[in-house]
Design a protein around this ligand. Structure first.
Ligand code: A2P
Length: 336
């Protein structure tokens, strides 16, 4: 049998990749509906050698859809995900609209797949891209030695902000190389040739929403509210792939040598850690366009007896969003 699939936000940076990953992994699709706003209704999309017409989400009847992959922003998910679920679909939602509700599981396919089975609302949430790659790298360490504290600084690419942000980086770069003014519209300041310590919105405690997502989502996915998480989110002029400088303290001592051996066996992870001569992962050389999470620079923290430092890189649009969503669709469909 085959599965009727709807992709909501199909014309966006994540939606386009969801379609690509569904085709690559040969997801058993019956009918495929590609949905976006009325702005792009009528546009044509190529899928697996076929042409499919984009439909207006607001006019779409969800009955008959088995699995719906949503990536059109929080307000669209809030309004339409419950309607799709009421019509019988399982919704896999890439927005943050439902992530913190107790009755919505938050699932990384390699880390807590069993959580996807309990979904009273018919909605499963896909984690934030930065948390996603962090969990693939840290869950094996947590199981072995219990994480006490995580200190993280991210180096996040512009694709995480969406297509307009990618265009802004391209346009600003071209403008500046031609001695013209760089206009900032998507980000508050120039992103080309710059770094911006600001992702999402600032909250009352001085952290941003993107930083607090790392706190809340880590605890929910690992099922441990005692883990301390301290994050600084930084946007960098990279198109695809988020990087993370990660400093952890574990309850039990875990050496860098043992951590490396553990991570080499972990699902979804590739260890690239022969740093002399460039043997470390970067967005451009390793992650962009690929599914694994890459880890390198694994070393004992010289400032703490139970500290470890590592460098974690992954394509935020693939594993960080689209690929995990499709993996969750596979989990749901394989339940039978
Ligand atoms: P559209 O192309 O019609 O605007 P990105 O994150 O790359 O900016 O993509 C956002 C995605 O969400 C796009 O596919 C966009 O469609 C879709 N989208 C945005 N607002 C709505 C809406 N109100 N209804 C349906 N789809 C929407």
């Amino acid at each position: 049998t085959s599965c009727n699939v709807a992709v909501v936000g199909a014309t966006g940076a994540v939606g386009e990749t969801m379609l690509k990953v569904l085709a690559e992994r040969k997801f058993p699709i019956g009918q495929l509906h590609v949905l976006a706003s009325e702005r792009s209704a009528g546009e044509k999309i190529q899928f697996d050698g076929k042409t499919i017409v984009v439909q207006d989400l607001a006019k779409f009847d969800p009955s008959g859809v088995d699995i719906a992959l949503f990536s059109a922003g929080g307000s669209v998910s809030k309004e339409y995900a419950p309607k799709f679920a009421a019509a019988g679909a399982v919704v896999i939602d890439n927005s943050s609209a439902f992530r913190y509700q107790d009755d919505v599981p938050l699932v990384v396919s390699e880390v807590n797949p069993e959580a996807a089975k309990r979904r009273p609302l018919g909605i499963i949430a896909n984690p934030n891209c930065s948390t996603m790659q962090l969990m693939v790298a840290l869950a094996p360490i947590h199981r072995k030695a219990k994480l006490e504290r995580i200190n993280i600084a991210t180096y996040q690419s512009v694709s995480g902000t969406g297509k307009r942000a990618m265009e802004e980086l391209g346009k600003q770069t071209a403008a500046l190389l031609n001695f013209q003014e760089a206009k900032a519209e998507v980000y508050p300041v120039q992103i080309a040739f710059n770094v911006i310590p600001h992702g999402g919105d600032f909250t009352d405690n001085g952290y941003t929403t993107e930083e607090m997502k790392l706190v809340w989502e880590t605890r929910k996915i690992l099922g441990d509210d005692s883990i301390g998480v301290n994050a600084t989110v930084v946007r960098v002029p990279v198109f695809y792939g988020h990087s993370e400088a990660v400093h952890i303290e574990t309850r039990d001592k875990l050496s860098a040598v043992d951590a490396r051996a553990l991570l080499e066996q972990a699902p979804g992870l590739v260890v690239v850690d022969d740093p002399v001569g460039g043997g470390y992962p970067t967005p451009v050389t390793h992650a962009s366009g690929r599914d694994p999470v890459f880890v390198g620079r694994i070393r004992d923290d010289i400032s703490h007896p139970r500290g470890l430092s590592l460098w974690v890189v992954s394509d935020n649009i693939r594993k960080g969003a689209a690929t995990n969503a499709v993996q969750l669709a596979e989990l749901v469909w394989n339940e039978g």
